[in-house]
Design a protein around this ligand. Structure first.
Ligand code: 2RA
Length: 340
């Protein structure tokens, strides 16, 4: 016996990946519902070898359904997640709405699986921001070995993090640079993204950081350890899929680069590709469609007493969103619902 699973926002980038990953990982599904807004009603989406027609979220009754993977914006989530949770369906939400709620667990299964038992507070579990998810997978095994004091991270985030329109804009702007008279003005971003980088993701806060940078700080503290100091600079780059991060770590005690590499090699969810030669590292185009969080360029930071640098790359639609959500569903099934 398996689960009745609903994917809410089934026509978006993340919703489609959720369906793909549920099928790829053969999650024990007895019944699957692809839910979308009225304007997407009837759109066909793939689920493994089958095709589903989207159903109307507004009229959907979550009673009797086990798990709902939400991949819609915070505003719509505010309307529908409580309705699903009240009907007894456990919500795994990819929006930022519940991430910072002390009564809602924020989970990366390789990092804090024990937090799953907090789901019963509101029948809701939060999925972290994509740039946070891959980073905490890398930090956790090193933190367990040498206690992290401070993290300085610069991100290089792909446009798929902003949705389908951003992917189209990068493509059209790039083409427009080569086809005279076909220039495409910025609309998703404040400046041109083709052949450019933009040091601004989400809104600016009073202290001059952006909300994306704040999310990395707040979520790392909630998922790994509130004592860890984090400072982030989040940058949008002209890459379609795959977030990259340059991570500098200061530990409470010295951690040798070779030991760090061995620890990361053994850690769950991580693939180390780290050779000090041409091509001996991972780049975003190589991570697309993969489940792994890739780590390269592991090296001592000799400018501080206990420092380490590393390069972290992962598919932001997978580990950064859909895969992590499905892994939470798998954890929920194993530890709580125990069907299938
Ligand atoms: C981004 N992390 O990359 C944000 C939301 N997915 O745009």
């Amino acid at each position: 016996m398996g689960y009745k699973v609903a994917v809410v926002g089934a026509t978006g980038n993340v919703g489609r990946e959720m369906l793909n990953i549920l099928a790829e990982r053969q999650f024990p599904v007895d019944e699957i519902a692809a839910l979308a807004s009225r304007r997407s009603l009837g759109t066909e989406v793939s689920f493994g070898d089958t095709t589903l027609k989207t159903r109307n979220l507004e009229q959907f009754d979550f009673s009797g359904w086990d798990i709902a993977l939400f991949a819609i914006g915070s505003d719509a989530t505010k309307d529908y997640a409580p309705r699903a949770a009240k009907a007894g369906c456990v919500v795994i939400d990819n929006s930022s709405l519940y991430r910072y709620d002390p009564d809602v667990p924020l989970i990366v299964p390789e990092v804090n699986p024990q937090a799953i038992h907090g789901y019963a507070n509101k029948n809701i579990i939060a999925n972290p921001n994509c740039s946070t998810a891959q980073m905490v997978v890398a930090l956790k095994p090193l933190h367990d070995r040498a206690t992290i004091r401070r993290v300085v991270v610069s991100t290089y985030q792909s446009v798929s993090g902003s949705g389908k329109d951003a992917i189209d804009e990068l493509w059209d702007q790039t083409k427009g640079m080569y086809v005279p008279g076909q220039e495409v003005a910025p609309s998703v971003y404040p400046k041109q993204i083709a052949f450019n980088v933009i040091p601004h993701i989400d809104v600016f806060l009073d202290d001059g950081s952006t909300k994306e940078e704040w999310k990395m700080v707040a979520e790392t503290k909630k998922i790994v350890d509130p004592a860890i100091k984090v400072t982030a600079t989040c940058v949008r780059v002209p890459v379609f899929v795959g977030h990259s991060e340059a991570i500098n770590i200061e530990f409470e005690e010295f951690l040798d680069e070779d030991e760090a590499r061995d620890i990361l090699r053994e850690a769950p969810g991580i693939m180390v590709v780290d050779k000090r030669e041409d091509g001996g590292y991972v780049t975003p185009v190589e991570c697309v469609g993969d489940f792994a969080t890739f780590i390269s360029r592991i090296r001592q930071d000799s400018t501080i007493e206990n420092g380490l640098n590393l390069w972290c790359v992962s598919d932001n639609l997978r580990k950064g969103a859909a895969l992590n959500a499905v892994q939470i569903a798998e954890l929920l099934g194993r530890e709580v619902l125990k069907k299938g």
